[in-house]
Design a protein around this ligand. Structure first.
Ligand code: GRF
Length: 203
């Protein structure tokens, strides 16, 4: 079985990135943490990558005059590092369509709610937890899914629920959900690496 090379895409904190890399380094997940890419040169995830000894790169559409060059650069880098699986971990940009096509069924995302509820355009970060709170939900959770052309609509690979107390703030809900995210994202990737979840044929 081929050991998968994973590229992570993150924009901010990168706690999911760090947890997954630690689970790779401990041997829990049998894969290579190959590369971190961010659109944000200031992201805290880069500091984590430095400590974890993972190569990291700032690649943003703002660096290029035309979108094609941006896409080509991303594709070239992913190719150079022989990436098999792309793991979005708090990546706040839309993935270019050429990447979605080339890495069909090989891009994962985690969403901080129980899709299909509280998903779609504009549903990210605290917007999600505020909406969950406003709807008076007593259960939320996290969803790992495949990235397709539409926001939050790809095949769902794993979900886990978390109980919400009536007096939990949106921030408290976010904290509870993030703890769940760390578990199910690592577990999903572990199962993919062990071919217990079959995404597609890896080359
Ligand atoms: C998580 O809540 C994730 O679901 C969302 O962005 C947040 C990222 O957290 N897409 P971190 O950067 O992994 O700490």
């Amino acid at each position: 079985m081929k050991k998968l090379n994973i590229a992570f895409f993150a924009s901010h904190g990168g706690s999911n990135f760090q947890t997954i890399v630690e689970n790779i380094h401990s041997g829990y997940i049998n894969a290579n943490a190959t590369l971190l890419i961010s659109n944000n040169s200031d992201c805290f995830a880069f500091q984590r990558a430095e400590k974890l000894n993972i190569p990291y790169m700032h690649i943003s559409s703002a660096q290029f005059e035309d979108g094609n060059e941006f896409q080509k650069t991303l594709l070239r880098v992913l190719d150079e590092y022989e990436i098999d699986l792309i793991v979005l971990a708090g990546y706040m940009r839309k993935i270019p369509i050429s990447i979605i096509h080339k890495y069909k069924n090989r891009i994962l995302n985690i969403h901080p709610a129980l899709l299909p509820k509280f998903g779609g355009k504009g549903m990210y970060g605290m917007n999600v937890h505020n909406a969950v709170k406003e709807a008076g939900e007593l259960v939320s959770g996290a969803t790992v899914h495949i990235v397709s052309e539409e926001y939050d609509e790809g095949r769902i690979l794993k979900q886990k629920t978390v109980a919400i107390d009536a007096n939990d703030t949106p921030e408290k809900i976010a904290e509870k959900v993030l703890a769940i995210e760390h578990q199910i994202y690592s577990d999903t990737i572990k199962e993919i690496a062990e071919e217990k979840i079959i995404l597609d044929k890896f080359h």
